[in-house]
Design a binder for this molecule. Structure first.
Ligand code: ME8
Length: 518
């Protein structure tokens, strides 16, 4: 085992009832950016994603597809794995809840909860929404458009369920949860979501039904074959499975548990911030350090839904705009935590303005000038002027700023800070007019081009987590060796004299195809 600090980050495990869409891509992307950042910052990272394969919703989807659930989940889970590779995610593990390692872990957690008297047998009579795989009380429902009852929060249709069921003594953990939130203000982020959770818990917690008997697609309850585990108890356990649970002496467990961050969408915060910590407390397992609930994407102002036919396919986005452009847009456009609207125009603006113009042009102009006028090498600087020093210092101060923003999951602020330097670097470059010095003062021209290249080096190092391939091209252009792309090398300066290749554009402009309006 290495002595490096560890960082364990997880995505939700996605239901295999459907094709992956932009929302799934978004959550995993945010985790990928953090995982990459932490690796560059010297951490030993464990980045987990995967698929949630049990439950009534998946069983029904398999039925609809005319396949047995296992064959169905094998196929759909593979779609999520393919997407993760296509999006260049750097996950260390992809977990499936149908794997034997997970079934062992889920049953071990169950047994532990039974032994601690946190689970008892009773019977459930109440409302259930298959789409949310969630139980609802009467007060959480309203009448839907066709007279059927729906859950107010999600709009999912509910059905009346009456069956024998095991219960988890959630009510017992109410005070302990409130005390935990109080003592750990950073546990639920953003703060507005934390307040929602605290008021929900203060409103009183009922014991939670944690087993079902009316269908079979799930983890069998140990010692009682008539029951299968409630899919959320099964699913949440994946975060433990992946680090070796039930073996708490496992190296992975000791190194990575408790998780640093469970990233989730706001729809599933209650499961992660109320049920999950209660299960863990009951099982005497340390609690994760943070649950971050991000916002919801809409498409050109409309809720994304299959029935409306406006589901955004991540493959289409990447094909149209490019992978790193899509990654940049999604991380930059919307304050992380808020809801966001996807629009073609907003995407094109970011792509052309921030990437092609601000960063791309600066890079292309300055490096072409160095290639042509400085013997095809990174120039050797003479004495730095005050302007040179000011902009160099500004770029040098970026790392702790970006680190602090990312530790708050404020991706947009981290990118804003980097682009402030890009924008000031453009002003510097335009103000210094190196092109006018070619004949009159080539030494000064070389210094300006060197300073610009050094600014680009800092920017390129910091954009790696968001735009891995484009940043690699940028750093290749500057001849920064692979080992100097980690943050430990952030304060090394760019060596002069490296022989340059003819610069190729890194960030293409989006041009509207003929006949298509913006
Ligand atoms: O809830 N905007 O799985 P799921 C942003 N299996 N994010 C979105 C989104 C949108 N429009 N739509 C989906 C489950 N997401 C459970 C999780 S974890 C132990 C079990 C993202 O397939 C967002 O992260 O319904 C949301 O929380 C998740 O997909 C729900 O995925």
């Amino acid at each position: 085992m290495s002595g490096r600090d560890s960082y364990y980050i997880t995505t939700p495990i996605y239901y295999v009832n459907d094709k992956p869409h932009i929302g799934h891509a978004y959550t995993t992307m945010a985790c990928d950016v953090l995982a990459r950042f932490k690796r560059l910052d010297g951490y030993d990272v464990h980045f987990l994603t995967g698929t949630d394969e049990h439950g009534q919703k998946v069983e029904k989807s398999a039925e609809k597809a005319g396949t047995d659930p296992q064959a169905f989940t094998d196929k759909v889970s593979q779609n999520f794995r393919d997407l993760a590779n296509f999006m260049n995610y750097s996950h260390d593990d992809f977990i499936r809840t149908t794997e034997p390692r997970h079934i062992t872990a889920a049953q071990a957690l169950w047994t532990k909860l039974l032994e601690s008297d946190d689970i008892y047998l009773g019977s459930y009579a109440g409302w259930y929404a298959v789409r949310d795989e969630a139980f609802y009380t009467e007060s959480e429902l309203e009448d839907g458009p066709d007279g059927k009852k729906i859950a107010t929060a999600s709009g999912a249709e509910v059905e009346w369920v009456e069956e024998p069921s095991y219960f988890f003594r959630l009510s017992k953990w109410e005070d302990k949860l409130l005390e935990f939130y109080e003592n750990n203000p950073g546990f639920i982020k953003p703060a507005s979501r934390r307040n929602e959770v605290v008021s929900f818990v203060k409103g009183g917690l009922k014991d939670l039904s944690v087993s079902r008997t009316t269908f079979n697609w799930g983890v069998p309850v140990p010692g009682d074959d008539a029951h299968i585990m409630y899919v959320w108890l099964d699913a949440l356990t994946n975060y433990l499975t992946a680090v070796g649970y039930p073996n708490q002496d496992d190296d992975q467990f000791r190194k990575f548990w408790p998780a640093d961050l469970h990233m989730v969408g706001k729809d599933i915060l209650r499961f992660h911030a109320v049920y999950w910590p209660a299960f863990l407390m009951a099982a005497d397992i340390p609690l994760p350090k943070r649950v971050f609930a991000h916002g919801w994407w809409t498409n050109e102002g409309q809720k994304i839904s299959k029935s409306v036919g406006n589901v955004i396919d991540p493959y289409d986005l990447v094909e149209r705009y490019g992978l790193d452009q899509t990654r940049y847009f999604l991380m930059r456009e919307v304050p992380f935590g808020n809801d966001g609207d996807f629009s073609h125009q907003a995407m094109v603006n970011r792509m052309n303005s921030d990437l092609a113009n601000d960063l791309g042009n600066l890079c292309q102009r300055s490096m072409s000038m160095a290639f042509k006028n400085c013997n095809g090498q990174i120039p050797t600087p003479a004495t730095f002027s005050d302007e040179d020093k000011a902009i160099l210092d500004q770029a040098a101060s970026l790392l702790p700023i970006v680190r602090a923003h990312l530790d708050d999951q404020a991706f947009h602020k981290a990118l804003e800070a980097i682009w402030k330097v890009v924008s000031d670097a453009n002003k510097y470059f335009a103000g210094q007019e190196p092109w006018a010095l070619k004949k009159t003062d080539p030494e000064r021209m070389g210094t300006i081009l060197y300073v610009t290249a050094e600014l680009l080096r800092r920017v390129g190092i910091l954009t790696q987590p968001v735009m891995p391939a484009s940043s690699a091209k940028l750093l290749d252009l500057l001849k920064v060796p692979a080992e100097d792309r980690f943050f430990t090398a952030f304060d090394k300066v760019l060596p002069s004299g490296s022989v340059l290749d003819k610069p190729e554009g890194i960030f293409p402009r989006f041009v509207e195809p003929e006949g298509e309006g913006a």
